[in-house]
Design a protein around this ligand. Structure first.
Ligand code: ADP
Length: 204
């Protein structure tokens, strides 16, 4: 990467959005809350090589937190403890339309280098909290609040008709439980930095 390429990368960061760089949900290596941390799971985790593993409850789109692989150093596989017995790291949510420049700043503020990418349904009702995350507490709450303001985006129309989430304009009154749309995948700091330097980062 030379300097001119990087400068282009920096300038383009405001135009690009999370949807351009996310890892799709079907490609995400994740584990269930009930999964035992036994020898075979440890081997599986090791072979995948990721340092962060989203953890779901029941359904893969119901992500409740993230397992930091470094925490497993202290876990004895012979005990085969379920993942729910380990303290999980909270995973913030970000909309697919969020720009990469803001996303980089939020990652830089710490707390999490990974976020879940969720569609957000514009609603006329006050924003309810998600069933699994305290939205007012999470690191992206402020950015998300700034993004609100009735902007109806392309993805709202792209929802499949049989999806149990409906466009709020078709519903009256809007149901608070339908505020969040589908989970599309995950995004990490590395995904954003690769756009910045315009090159793949080789893992060590
Ligand atoms: P790691 O080095 O732990 O894999 P990075 O944050 O460096 O994580 O991300 C490298 C790439 O792998 C990124 O494209 C990111 O979206 C993807 N990634 C990170 N964690 C996972 C995971 N658990 N499952 C699938 N892809 C992942």
């Amino acid at each position: 990467t030379d300097e001119v390429t990087m400068i282009h990368g920096v300038l383009e960061l405001r135009e690009k959005v999370v949807a351009d760089v996310l890892t799709p949900l079907e490609d995400v290596f994740m584990l269930s809350l009930d999964h035992p941390l036994d020898q075979s799971t440890m081997s599986l985790i090791l072979s995948r090589g990721h340092s962060r593993i989203p953890v779901y409850d029941g359904d893969r789109s119901n992500i409740v937190g993230m397992l930091l692989v470094k925490r497993l150093i202290a876990v004895n596989p012979a005990d085969a403890r379920p993942i729910r017995s380990i303290s999980l790291h909270p995973l913030p949510a970000v909309e697919p339309t969020h720009d990469l420049f803001s996303t980089l700043n939020e990652f830089q503020q710490g707390r999490s280098h990974m976020a879940v990418v969720r569609e957000e349904i514009p609603t006329f009702a006050p924003a309810p909290s998600s069933p699994t995350l305290d939205q007012s507490q999470h690191p992206f709450a402020e950015a998300r609040a700034a993004l609100k303001g009735g902007r109806v985006t392309k993805w709202a129309r792209a929802l499949p008709p049989d999806d149990d989430l409906q466009h709020p304009l078709l519903e009256s009154p809007p149901s608070p439980s339908r505020h969040w749309g589908r989970v599309l995948g995950i995004v990490t700091l590395e995904d954003v930095i690769e756009e910045l330097i315009k090159e793949e980062i080789e893992d060590e």
